[in-house]
Design a protein around this ligand. Sequence first.
Ligand code: HEC
Length: 169
Amino acid sequence: MRTFATFLAAATLFLSGAFGVGRSAEPSPDQEPADMQPVEDRINVHMSYLFKPSYRRLKPLMRSAPTDAATWNKMRSEALLLAESGSNLTQYHSSNEFNPDAKKNWPRNSADVKKHAAALYNAAKKQDFADAKRSYTSMTKSCNACHKSEVSLGSPPMLTPFGKGITDN
Ligand code: HEC
């Protein structure tokens, strides 16, 4: 991959030299342009402004099989948001110093949220409610697995996938 990137960089350099195209300030493939930095890197803000509202919108949709396309689409939309946000969590790490396993658990639980949310997304796309419900339940377990690991940090809540919950009904 790196070799290919180097080849591309060399080819771009050659072509821009030869034909006068390309921008001289082009960042190298290893450099992240400043505007690609995360907008917000505090996990509690991700949880309160992305995960929590999305889960709250999703939860009532999971009570019974949707009867129209609009509801399936809403389910898809929340699942995709949680899958991509779960994937994003893998770039961070636990700052819980009290649980020796927390740092080790963080990437696994983030990746599991992504995996099950992606399965939910695909089930909603196929309009398969049994599959969607299974994936939603597994995703919630993975959310809670991280919350359990992080419990001394701001006491993250235990989410209830069905029925009344403290924070998410
Ligand atoms: C890899 C770890 C991790 C995963 C995975 C994770 N969370 Fe969290 N979550 C946290 C942490 C840490 C906090 C506590 C943040 C704080 O208050 O400092 C938290 C807090 C929360 C809160 C409380 C925030 C508030 O404003 O009340 C909600 C709700 C929440 N998470 C929802 C979710 C949902 C839904 C998922 C899965 C789709 C999820 N989380 C997955 C780490 C995680």
